[in-house]
Design a protein around this ligand. Structure first.
Ligand code: FMN
Length: 158
């Protein structure tokens, strides 16, 4: 199992680490060559431009030995209704093929937006399982919900 995630301000990272503690496997944070600005207004504007241009920001992360995984969790913040564009870069560079994909996202009101459809388009052969969307500001309080979701997926025994 692999948990692959992108996070700028830490909410998705915290959720990814919790999932990792529960299900094990490997965990990889997707990093860009140019870091996103810490200033909120600046990143909101940059992300809007990247989406408008359908950009593929350069990334410094790749998945080592992707053939060793049959299940990949993919976590990200909702940015303007979908995944941050660096995930598009990664999934086009390293297509996941027939793996099982489990999306999770953090957001501030729009849930997954249209990210799951975009993800399925990027991974047309993947089997997509039910994902989980958590409010970024409530990640720390959502542990029980996360565990219930993992149990439902059959990935948590107790
Ligand atoms: C560039 C940008 C765009 C965002 N767009 C949305 C959005 O369209 N809908 C939404 O509910 N939240 C939106 N958010 C809020 C984030 O999804 C939320 O704060 C998330 O938990 C951040 O995750 P992170 O801490 O892992 O980076 C946006 C945040 C940023 C920085």
């Amino acid at each position: 199992m692999l948990i692959l995630y992108f996070s700028r301000s830490g909410n998705t990272r915290s959720l990814a680490k919790h999932i990792h503690r529960r299900v094990g496997g490997d965990i990889i944070e997707l990093e860009t060559v140019a870091p996103y600005p810490p200033d909120y207004d600046a990143v909101v504007e940059q992300a809007r431009q990247e989406q408008r241009r359908n950009a593929r920001p350069e990334i410094r992360t790749s998945i080592p030995h992707p053939e060793t995984y049959d299940t990949v969790f993919i976590g990200y913040p909702n940015w303007w209704g979908t995944m941050p564009m660096p995930l598009f870069t990664l999934l086009e560079t390293q297509p996941l093929g027939r793996k099982t994909v489990i999306p999770f996202c953090t957001h501030e009101g729009s849930g997954f937006g249209h990210s799951r459809q975009d993800l399925q388009r990027l991974c047309p052969e993947a089997r997509m399982l039910e994902g989980l969307a958590v409010r970024g500001s409530q990640v720390e309080d959502a542990r029980a919900d996360v565990d219930a979701w993992l149990r439902k997926l059959g990935l948590l025994s107790a």
